[in-house]
Design a protein around this ligand. Structure first.
Ligand code: SAM
Ligand code: SF4
Length: 341
């Protein structure tokens, strides 16, 4: 068996085939569930991986470690000047990984067609509200128009199906769940709601403020008939999906907190400063940047990555299946925006 066939295994028999790469920890929004209005400590410039270093690490991941899908995220990945070039170079790798992007959509109106031409296969755009004023409150920036223009451009560029991510906040946008779904269905967008996780930079997450999957489904069921998709169709995907009014429209819910899916997790993560994380909630990281800059060979770096994944814990960085809900859970020091969501 080659090392790529063996892949990135852990002691629970899971194999990571999906790599999330954070391209920057910076952002042009300040979503309240993600970061504070002011006072963010950004990663130092000289610690950030260069475009060449990112492409080299992604190359090692696909050739030596069996990675099949690469998602670029952040922070806001569209802020990275070299994004289109990185996508183009990753599309030339053999074996060719599936390439996707998670973005807030600001700037997508300018870049969607170049990204498609570079080889981007899929896109997820985050949109939490249809109301301009609520958008401004939630993200602390008046940029909803840019997001809408970005969505239209993604669709026109053929980045289909456009997927939408939404986080609901109690008393802010939770009443909008059915409207968001109706709006998405009309346009052929695939909407997924994400339970709010304790990964905000300000450590302000409170369990009772989170809108649970059960509450989301309750709100949607007031207007739509939801039929669960068979769990076999889910695979390692974190979203549970429902057919809406008999289909073909669908909606997903990512219940990271109340229904953890860690047993099927197939992800590994690379931060913008070159650290491998075996879990969103890991408290330890493995420094690939140091190895790279010390002249490490591809095989040395692959070995470090393999070791990092072998140490992956059972659920959300803990030994307990309940993950985030377990007493042993601790929020990691690094926020979501610096890990890559
Ligand atoms: N800036 C891009 C965006 O917003 O799509 C990419 C990075 S963002 C961290 C990736 C996803 O994580 C977004 O869909 C965002 O809504 C979600 N997210 C951020 N903080 C979260 C939290 N505390 N709980 C759940 N989802 C969160
Ligand atoms: Fe920026 Fe995305 Fe975090 Fe919002 S969720 S502040 S868009 S990184």
């Amino acid at each position: 068996m080659t090392t790529a066939e063996q892949g990135l295994l852990d002691t629970f028999g899971r194999r990571a085939v999906d790599l999330r790469v954070s391209l920057t920890d910076r952002c042009n929004l300040r979503c309240t569930y993600c970061m504070p209005e002011e006072g963010m400590q950004w990663l130092a410039k000289d610690t950030l991986l260069t475009d060449d270093e990112i492409v080299r690490l992604v190359g090692i991941a696909v050739r030596e470690l069996g990675i099949r899908e690469v998602r670029f995220t952040g922070g806001e990945p569209l802020l990275r000047p070299g994004l289109v070039g990185i996508v183009a170079r990753c599309a030339e790798l053999t074996p060719r990984p599936e390439l996707s992007l998670t973005t807030n959509g600001i700037g997508l109106a300018r870049t969607a067609s170049a990204l498609k031409a570079a080889g981007l296969d899929r896109i997820n755009v985050s949109l939490d509200t249809l109301d301009r004023e609520t958008f401004r409150t939630l993200s602390r920036r008046d940029r909803q128009g840019d997001v809408m223009a970005g969505l239209a451009a993604a669709e026109a560029a053929g980045l289909l199906p456009v997927k939408l991510n939404a986080v609901l906040m109690r008393g802010v946008n939770d009443h909008e769940a059915p409207d968001l779904l109706a709006w998405s269905l009309e346009r052929g967008y695939e909407l997924r709601f994400i339970e709010q996780m304790p990964l905000d930079a300000q450590h302000g997450w409170v369990r009772t403020n989170m809108i649970t999957a059960e509450e989301i489904l309750e709100r949607l069921s007031a207007r739509f008939t939801l039929t669960p998709e068979p769990s076999a169709a889910r695979g390692a995907a974190p979203a549970e999906r429902w057919l809406v009014d008999g289909g073909p429209g669908r909606v997903g819910v990512i219940a990271s907190v109340t229904r953890p899916f860690c047993r099927a997790c197939d992800r590994t993560r690379l931060t913008a400063d070159g650290q491998v994380r075996n879990c969103l909630f890991a408290t330890e990281e493995t420094d690939l940047r140091g190895a790279l800059r010390a002249g490490g060979a591809d095989t040395d770096i692959a070995e470090l990555w393999r070791k990092a994944m072998w140490g992956k814990k059972a659920a959300a960085g803990t030994d307990a299946p309940a993950g985030i809900e377990a007493p042993a859970f601790h929020q990691p020091a690094r926020p979501m925006s610096a890990i890559g969501g």
